[in-house]
Design a protein around this ligand. Structure first.
Ligand SMILES: [Zn+2]
Length: 738
């Protein structure tokens, strides 16, 4: 039931693949479920290209050159019907349930639909169009209903349960036991263990929650669209030229030619607050943005939040859990809300202390300018930028000249060769179909044995119809239980193509992101698991491997051989690299505190008895109790916190970004301390064996202990952010890099 999981979490998966180095905004949730059409032909449409078995080299590859949007809807309908028929057959098997006739058969099912989802992913991410979005809108509720049908199939669940209960006496391998447990959990956490009235109530709650999540998202959207600010030319002081141009184009698009539109979104708000010298406008933009969903009008989200929290609490009570967070975290690496809270509260005091230092630095700048102000939340970005310029002025154009896209890619291949023993070889042009001429494909083989590992597709450049940002995706999982299937992995970015013959130069941030996404691809390619289920991700763990790989960008062999000037061929100067690293600790008080405030409020909302809760009051009281500095706010205030209320993808899970950061910093120190540094063969072998190859075949906490010999500690993260360690005093502590 590989695709069941995909479909169940279609919106969640979109977040997961896009989440990546920079935190992503959540994708709007699919509409509420409705019935799957039963009038589906029983036989495959013979010439449907999206359903066809993959042919060609390397165990078959997707027919990306023959994709036809007209085939998508019939392919999905057939794929779902075929999968439901497979599931019915498993559920109604007259033989006693066994791993082979139940769990393995479920893992085997849904292959056609899984192929269709590969093409779906290309249309939704790389090649979107109005035609695709129409199919998507029509099919999303049908896909949700399809998933529910499988999860609510009681006969199927009874068989899964029987195998689960006998799992330790059934002569299964450790991997097979893990598949059984994950499968059982998938059903149990979604209400399959309930019966009678409880089951009905559970389903009713889910339906109501789906409506509320959609209303929440729509209200935020309404407040983002309803507060455009149209400026005149004399209100643009301080804004960069590129921003002004974009604002002019936006205003024209909205029928206000000659004006400049500041939209009520992060991408407008953030640069406006950083650069505008008009303080009263900054205050207005800040207020509009942080009041989304909280304006006391028809788009106010407070009542919706209260109802969501109460329903979530009631639903997990049916399953025997004390609170929503306890239910949510049972399968996460953190395991309990208490552990997630403990981590955040350990970092919090240092982050707040750093905010006070940052504010003092900024106040000094304002005083020196005789600005006559006290730093307010709408001043933070503006004065932080002035401090940054004075303290760490990095010329980003200078840095870019050492960051050529092709060289970065070769550098990543070098890292993969050293750590994973992989070789990347371009496939012969035209031998593997691609969906756009920009997409290039490499074969990945083992450097020693020459064994075929998989293919790596790279779609590097921006184009219309392609989603923004960078992401990694998998077209085919590594599995061996049913004959070996090799990995088809892809990386996708939005670099701007250079002029013909000119190298593509990128920023340091973009170079880090490029390495980050490659980390996801290596995580896919390194898989040695037998069953599709085990390739699944764990929310607070899957960003760790990719974040870790970013660290190799600034290792010596990469600096010396790949970060070379595009004209002179000289390596990037050491002092420039030092400057870049030092600048990374800049403004960490702000970034860490605004993030932690959101993450703490999230988990506290989901561990508190929500009876009669007033979300605004709860937020205010929680932040007061924490000692939130008055000069900044939560990164996402409760009334527009889409990660946790537009769906359940990150609810009680926003802490996960920091959880992965802790692992990243701690694992990175394992290399830094090793004799061979970041290329130490022994640590690299452990990295691949315990942290990459097992995917989800080993409990992540146990896998980390196997790698490190202990649990991760927070000290490395504190050092990376330039924070004093717990017990140390803030004042006079050297920042990292000094
Ligand atoms: Zn990522």
């Amino acid at each position: 039931m590989r695709q069941t999981l995909i479909a169940l979490s279609i919106s969640a998966a979109m977040v997961a693949i896009a989440g990546c180095s920079k935190e992503s905004e959540p994708v709007a949730k699919s509409p509420a479920a409705e019935q799957v059409s039963e009038s589906v032909a029983a036989t495959a449409p013979v010439d449907n290209v999206l359903l066809a078995e993959w042919s060609g080299p390397f165990g078959g590859v997707p027919a990306f050159d023959a994709m036809d949007i007209a085939a998508l809807k019939p392919a999905l309908e057939f794929g779902m019907a075929e999968n439901l028929a497979e599931i019915d057959k498993i559920a109604n098997n007259p033989e006693a349930p066994t791993f082979a006739n139940t769990i393995a058969e479920m893992e085997r099912s849904g292959k056609s639909l899984s192929r269709v989802f590969t093409y779906w992913g290309i249309w939704s991410g790389n090649m979107s169009s109005p035609e695709f979005r129409a199919v998507q809108a029509e099919m999303a509720p049908k896909l949700a209903a399809f998933s529910s049908k499988i999860i609510q199939n009681d006969k199927l669940f009874q068989r899964v349960k029987a195998v689960y209960e006998a799992r330790n006496d059934a002569d299964l391998t450790a991997e097979q036991i893990r598949v059984v447990e994950l499968t059982y959990d998938e059903f149990a956490t979604n209400g399959a263990t309930l019966s009678g009235e409880a089951k009905e109530r559970y389903a009713a709650i889910n339906n109501r929650l789906a409506e509320l999540h959609t209303s929440f998202a729509n209200n935020v959207l309404a407040d983002e669209e309803g507060y455009d600010l149209f400026l005149s030319e004399d209100q643009l002081a301080g804004l960069p030229e590129s921003f002004v141009k974009a604002a002019a184009a936006l205003a024209a698009e909205k029928g206000q030619s000659g004006k400049y539109a500041i939209t009520n979104t992060r991408s407008s708000m953030d640069p406006f607050l950083t650069y505008s010298t008009k303080r009263e406008l900054r205050e207005r933009v800040w207020n509009n943005y942080y009041s989304r969903g909280d304006n006391g009008d028809e788009h106010d989200n407070n009542a919706i939040i209260a109802e969501i929290l109460q329903l979530r609490d009631e639903r997990v009570a049916l399953l025997g859990f004390d609170n929503y967070a306890a239910w949510r975290l049972q399968n996460r690496m953190a395991k309990t809300p208490q552990r997630a809270i403990a981590l955040m509260e350990a970092v919090w005091p240092a982050a707040v202390a750093r905010v006070h230092e940052e504010v003092a630095d900024m106040q000094a700048v304002a005083n020196a300018e005789s600005a006559g102000i006290e730093i307010a939340p709408w001043d933070y970005r503006f004065y932080a930028e002035k401090v940054r310029k004075a303290k760490y002025d990095l010329n980003s154009d200078e840095v870019k000249q050492y960051l050529q896209l092709d060289n970065l890619r070769e550098g990543m291949f070098y890292v993969a060769g050293e750590l994973f023993n992989f070789t990347f070889t371009p496939v012969e042009e035209g031998s593997v179909p691609v969906f756009h001429e920009d997409v290039k494909v490499w074969e990945v083989t083992d450097k020693t044995s020459g064994e075929h590992i998989g293919l790596w597709y790279l779609d590097p450049f921006a184009r219309s119809g392609k989603r923004s940002g960078a992401w990694a995706s998998m077209y085919r999982d590594h599995t061996t239980f049913d004959g070996k299937e090799t990995v088809l992995a892809s990386n996708n970015s939005n670099f701007i193509k250079g002029a013909p013959g000119e190298p593509v130069l990128v920023s340091w941030d973009d170079a880090e992101t490029f390495f980050h996404e490659f980390g996801h691809a290596l995580h896919f390619l390194a898989s040695n698991v037998s069953y599709p289920m085990l390739n699944g991700g764990v929310r607070d763990y899957t960003e760790f491997q990719s974040q870790l790989l970013e660290r190799w960008l600034s290792t010596d062999p990469i600096i010396d051989n790949y970060l070379v000037h595009y004209k002179t061929g000289e390596s990037i100067p050491a002092d420039l690299v030092a400057k870049i690293k030092q600048a990374a600790t800049f403004n960490q008080g702000f970034a860490t505190t605004e993030y932690l405030a959101s993450a703490l409020v999230d988990i506290k909302l989901h561990t508190t008895d929500p009876t009669g809760i007033d979300p605004d009051k709860f937020e205010r009281e929680t932040l007061n109790a924490l000692g939130m500095p008055s000069e900044l706010v939560m990164r996402h205030r409760t009334p527009h916190f889409g990660h946790i209320f537009s769906g359940e993808g990150y609810s009680a899970g926003y802490y996960g970004y920091m959880w992965a950061d802790v692992l990243t910093s701690d694992a990175s120190e394992a290399f830094a301390e090793a004799e061979g540094g970041f290329y130490d063969k022994e640590v690299a072998a452990k990295l691949v064996k315990y942290l990459f190859a097992p995917r989800n075949a080993i409990d992540p906490a146990e896998a980390y202990r196997l790698f490190r010999g202990r649990d991760a500690g927070i000290e490395p993260l504190m050092r990376d952010r330039g924070f004093p360690l717990p017990g140390e005093k803030s004042e006079g502590t050297a920042a990292a890099g000094e």
